[in-house]
Design a protein around this ligand. Structure first.
Ligand code: SF4
Length: 330
């Protein structure tokens, strides 16, 4: 974003719910609902990386997929680049696909093993652009250059590449249509530690080069600290805290964020070592979240009101938000 200008919101998510019905019995009667994403609201500014963190099963990947309309949201609003897309269908949705793309966790599973790398990267171009074969080929080679893949390997198959190279193929494919917004769903979690930093550096370089906006989903708080502009923390289908990166890591407000961060080593050698906050019990099932605050069954600071009333989403000022009764009237 240019100096002196207010950042533009590229993605605006409001009241997003993604509930999945559970059916049982011969008559396939609905017996329950998985509230994977339950009333989530946040914005992503153009050119920034919003980190979305939380334990496995908290709903962060489902939220990412719902925002890209890989699912039909149960309710809520999703505005991307000024267009409401939450309930678009068919051709109207297809026409918006180039704007928003996804990089998946497991490059092995997301690449067709029977297609060459060149045809994998060319596939979105074939679907969305009428291009001459010569131009398409040139674009594929350009994309391979951009992600650091040797263009002479365009006729090879995914199994001939390492995990890190396969993720580069996935990234090249995601970039093919010049997207503005990319959801990176645990893009390094399946890679060797030695390769992770290379892929993260590549994502950062590409962001700068192409002005990309990222939603970076991860359970790895150290990695998110390195990459994100702002961070949203998710627990049992809800965002419990959202703040600029440095403010969140220096002074987490929500008891769940405090517990998560207490387990992350602080890279500052002068920092005072923190006591690790151990959370008791398991995350409750999203089919049956507790009454009141979703975190009340595990929160070290739980109060009576927490078991009765869902805390409101509070604007704490300076771009910080959290949902906790302790922060009301603070
Ligand atoms: Fe803990 Fe209560 Fe705050 Fe929930 S509302 S995080 S249970 S103190």
């Amino acid at each position: 974003m240019a100096d002196g200008q207010d950042p533009r919101k590229l993605v605006e998510v409001s009241g997003l719910k993604m509930h999945f019905p559970i059916y049982a019995g011969i008559l396939r009667k609905q017996v329950g609902t998985v509230k994977a994403v339950d009333d989530v609201t946040f914005d992503i500014y153009e050119g920034e990386t919003l980190g979305l963190v939380g334990e496995s099963g908290c709903g962060k990947s489902t939220a990412g997929r719902a925002i890209l309309r890989l699912y039909d949201p149960t309710s809520g609003s999703i505005v991307i680049d000024g267009k409401e897309i939450a309930h678009l269908e068919g051709e109207a949705l297809r026409n918006l696909r180039p704007t928003m793309q996804m990089i998946f966790q497991d490059p092995q599973a997301s690449l067709n093993p029977r297609m060459t790398v060149g045809s994998i990267i060319a596939e979105p171009l074939l679907e969305h652009h009428a291009m001459k074969p010569k131009d398409r080929r040139a674009r594929v080679l350009e994309l391979m250059d951009a992600v650091g893949l040797n263009r002479e390997f365009a006729s090879r198959y995914p199994h001939e590449f390492s995990g890190g190279q396969r993720q580069r193929i996935g990234i090249a494919r995601a970039l093919a249509l010049n997207p503005k917004f990319i959801v990176c769903d645990e893009p390094i979690a399946a890679l060797d530690v030695s390769i992770q930093a290379q892929v993260v550096n590549l994502l950062e370089d590409l962001q700068e080069q192409f002005g990309l906006t990222y939603l970076f989903i991860s359970h790895d708080l150290s990695m998110v600290r390195h990459l994100a502009t702002r961070v949203a923390v998710m627990y049992l289908g809800k965002i419990v805290e959202l703040a600029p990166r440095d403010a969140l890591y220096a002074d987490p407000k929500h008891p769940y964020t405090q517990a998560l961060l207490s387990a992350v080593p602080n890279p500052d050698p002068d920092s005072v070592p923190q006591n690790r906050i151990i959370l008791n019990g398991d995350v409750p099932s999203p089919t049956n979240p507790p009454k009141g605050c979703n975190f009340c069954t595990r929160c070290p600071k739980v109060m009576d009101i927490c078991r009765e009333k869902d805390p409101a989403w509070l604007d704490l000022g300076q771009g910080r938000y959290a949902a906790c009764h302790l922060l009301e009237d603070a």
